[in-house]
Design a protein around this ligand. Sequence first.
Ligand code: ADP
Length: 459
Amino acid sequence: MKKFKRVLVANRGEIAIRVFRACQELGIRTVAIYSQEDRTALFRTKADESYLIGKNKGPIEAYLDIDEIIHLALNKGVDAIHPGYGFLAENPEFAKKCMEAGIEFIGPTHEMMEKVGDKISSKLVAQKAGVPTIPGIEKPIKTDEEAKEFAQACGYPVMLKAAAGGGGRGMRIVRKEEELLSAFHSAKNEAKKAFGIDDIFIEKYLESPKHIEVQILGDKMGNIVHLYERDCSIQRRHQKILEFTPAFAFSATKREEICQDALKIAREVNYVNAGTVEFLVDHHGNHYFIEMNPRIQVEHTITEMVTGIDIVQAQILIAQGYSLNSPEINIPHQDCIETRGYAIQCRITTEDPNNQFAPDTGKIEVYRTGSGFGIRLDGGNGYTGAVISPYYDSLLVKTISHSRTFEDAARKAIRSIKELTIRGIKTNSAFLVNILKHETFLNGQCDTNFIENHPELFQ
Ligand code: ADP
């Protein structure tokens, strides 16, 4: 067992604060890194120590400089690094270099990450584990001819996807052959720009599926459990906006089946630490694996609310070598995990829904939050006087509501969002309230085209 004394978070904003809080509760000293552009950001003040990085680099590049971050960590006597999500969180080279430097990477090993981090290789892992995947061709398309041939074999409509994809980028729906080649080339360019790798593969496009994902935790002794599922179907441009759990639109049997399939995939790679296995479920109730995210996710909070398990603390304890059945983590077996009630997470962003969700920037003149019974707020950069820069993710605060019924969790979320007063900058608050009041949402029936099919949400 390796007891961590100091943990560095190689990230910013709300997830950095989330990890600092978990560390503080575990008695671990926290170290923040921040870019020039984040000099006045709130998250750095929440750590015990904070250091400027990337002096001569751009705002994003600062958080991506593996060697500088590891060098700083070594200098400051850091035992472990938590990567959060985004930035270096899914970069096997970073995980490997941490290990080589004698610093624990709080996440899976670089080998595991390589097996599941890529959308093509993870589909092959799922197939090997006997889990259904979306029909497609699991190899990168090399030529225009191959694109045509593969699309024909799948049958239109098809989905083109970047193997290295994330955040909905490098993805194109193609309904007929005339649209194929331009979609292929633009997906390739987008993937190259976003990920540096332009491998594109193809699979059948499912019409209006539901996105259901399963939270996994595995320790270094080989114990793996699931923490049930989340419904993340409410999306815009393939990016999640609002998530809830349990996914009550499905029967308990169906949900159990999906959770068991997620476990099969995690077991196939002897997965360690926190991870998420994602599925799409079609109109007939068939589920298909789409990808595995080897990191903490933005929406981990709702799982924490219904299970009572602190996933970030568990990540840190697992990295120190604790087993799931240790008193510190206290999950001796799967049956010990029960869910209680319903939880909903709304992502409040500094975006203008009535102007195609264009990010807004500038000074927050007034910032007052709405908490109270059943509300958890995981904030990033919001306070009166804060300046929202154009460089980073527009997530301002996550409103997480928890209650005995779904309707009440929705009412609590609405109440909290209405109490939230933000002046000086536009947010998507009113848009989120419209979703929370919508009948389809309240029935749990929303699919991934819900926003597109309901223009009244924008009123
Ligand atoms: P990313 O890693 O970029 O988030 P995912 O593979 O997780 O991409 O997919 C994101 C979303 O894109 C899914 O939740 C779903 O809405 C949509 N999607 C992905 N693959 C398909 C598909 N084959 N058919 C229909 N929708 C899809």
